[in-house]
Ligand binder design. Structure first.
Ligand code: PMP
Length: 428
């Protein structure tokens, strides 16, 4: 029989430590919101492969669609011989994305690649170099996306220099003393000091900061950014890679604000566990690059496209947008109860949109000092008790919920009971 310890030792010898794993166990099998390791231990999965599994592990329709596609062809490269699943997925994304205008979609493989291409397309269309991103934003681990990412440790440490013409503006986080007004004033100052707005191609932000701590962008911020972009001919990009595809109760989280972006980057839960990502945008913008300027050998792999079409259909037919909203309410209520009962004054600021929800651990309510050690301890105790949790946030003290939206109420309650027991262990 295989053991987690033996596999961990092999892993440590064969795989660089830079690719860290949250759980010291090895997967054997998974289904919907449950996972079993190689020793037969069962876990409830509140991490969903980092927000990839809104439709759960191995959704039957997603697996069936991928298997059916595998019986025909698994790769031709869209740049050599195109195939219908790519086109069908592009059509579907164009129809789902907000905006009453003609759209086109580029498919790639990873989220970082989607962001890279969104920036390339924005630069090619505007013929401008500048890009503005925000504090605490996370956009990927390639060099352009790291440049856009607003958090040094662990992502940006020792791997610069990053591409030029990237500017940083403060994210509006009232808790940190940054109001929407403050953030907009800082942006106007940035236009005066460093980033000539007539040389800025795009402003990119996540509708809910993901790795940065599940802080939603206030609606007034989106509205103001839209006006600023329109005034200066700047493109507005919503990075929906973590927040999209029902996580917040909408297809795209920016829809909560009513603001329509020019470009959207998407990935993760769009395909229920298969690697495909996209840039969706205004047709004229998307056509900025000449033939051959976009692509990649594997971009829009047919098996992943077939899986994505099935995952999107499952979100539609199983009512997962509404389910996300309801689950968000459940987690809000239960976190408040659990915090008051088991860790008074240590669980604070339950926040998010829909089921994209996080809660912070602090030393006390008066100072609200982030408590990353307690957060780590809760996660470790939860794992021992059979629940997979992930942290996030600039100070590593936020716990985020990315549970499959297909999870039953019973599984959610079982997970919450484990969470409460783990919290009690960690506080003790
Ligand atoms: N943007 C956002 C908002 C993300 O959450 C992520 C992944 N966590 C990325 C970009 C990068 O995606 P990938 O890891 O697939 O490259």
């Amino acid at each position: 029989a295989k053991s987690n310890a033996a596999l961990l030792a092999r892993r440590e010898a064969a795989v660089p430590r830079g690719v860290a794993s949250a759980a010291p166990v090895f997967a054997a099998h998974a289904e919907n919101a449950e996972l079993w390791d190689v020793e037969g231990n069962r876990f409830i999965d509140f991490a969903g492969g980092i927000a990839v599994l809104n439709t759960g592990h191995r959704h039957p329709a997603v697996v069936a669609a991928a298997k059916a596609q595998e019986d025909h062809y698994t790769h031709t490269s869209f740049q050599v011989v195109p195939y219908e699943p790519y086109v069908a997925l592009a059509e579907k994304l164009n129809a789902l994305a907000p905006g009453d205008f003609a759209k086109k979609t580029l498919l790639v493989t990873t989220g970082a690649e989607a962001v890279e291409n969104a920036i390339k397309i924005a630069r090619a269309h505007t013929k401008r170099p500048g890009v503005i991103a925000f504090t605490g934003g996370y956009h990927g681990r390639t060099l352009m996306t790291l440049g856009l990412t607003g958090k040094v440790t662990p992502y940006k440490k020792d791997v610069g220099p990053f591409p030029a013409d990237i500017f940083r503006a403060p994210f509006p986080d009232a808790r940190q003393g940054v109001t929407v007004d403050d953030a907009l004033k800082a942006l106007e100052t940035l236009f005066l000091t460093d980033a000539d707005p007539s040389r800025v191609a795009a402003i990119i932000l996540e509708p809910v900061l993901g790795e940065g701590g599940y802080h939603p962008v206030p609606n007034e911020m989106w509205q103001a950014l839209r006006a600023i972009c329109d005034k200066h001919g700047i493109l507005l990009i919503s990075d929906e890679i973590q927040a999209g595809f029902a996580r917040t109760g909408k297809w795209f989280a920016i829809e909560h604000s009513g603001v329509v972006p020019d470009l959207i980057s998407c990935a993760k839960s769009m395909a229920g566990g298969y690697p495909v990502a996209g840039v969706i945008g205004r047709a004229d913008v998307m056509d900025a690059l000449a033939p051959g300027g976009l692509g990649g050998t594997y971009g829009g792999n047919p098996v992943a496209c077939a899986a994505a079409l099935a995952a999107i259909e499952a979100i539609e037919t199983e009512g997962l947008l509404a389910r996300s909203t309801a689950l968000g309410e459940t987690f809000r209520t239960r976190f408040a109860e659990i915090g008051a009962r088991t860790a008074p004054y240590r669980m604070w600021d339950i926040r998010g949109l829909g089921a994209m929800l996080a809660v912070e651990f602090v030393t006390d309510f008066d100072t609200a000092t982030p408590d990353a050690a307690l957060t780590k301890s809760v996660i470790a105790h939860a794992l021992k008790r059979g629940l997979i949790l992930l942290a996030c946030g600039m100070h590593g003290n936020a716990l985020r919920i990315m549970v499959p939206l297909t999870a039953s109420d019973a599984i959610i309650e079982e997970g919450l009971a484990i969470f409460e027991a783990a919290l009690a262990d960690a506080i003790a």
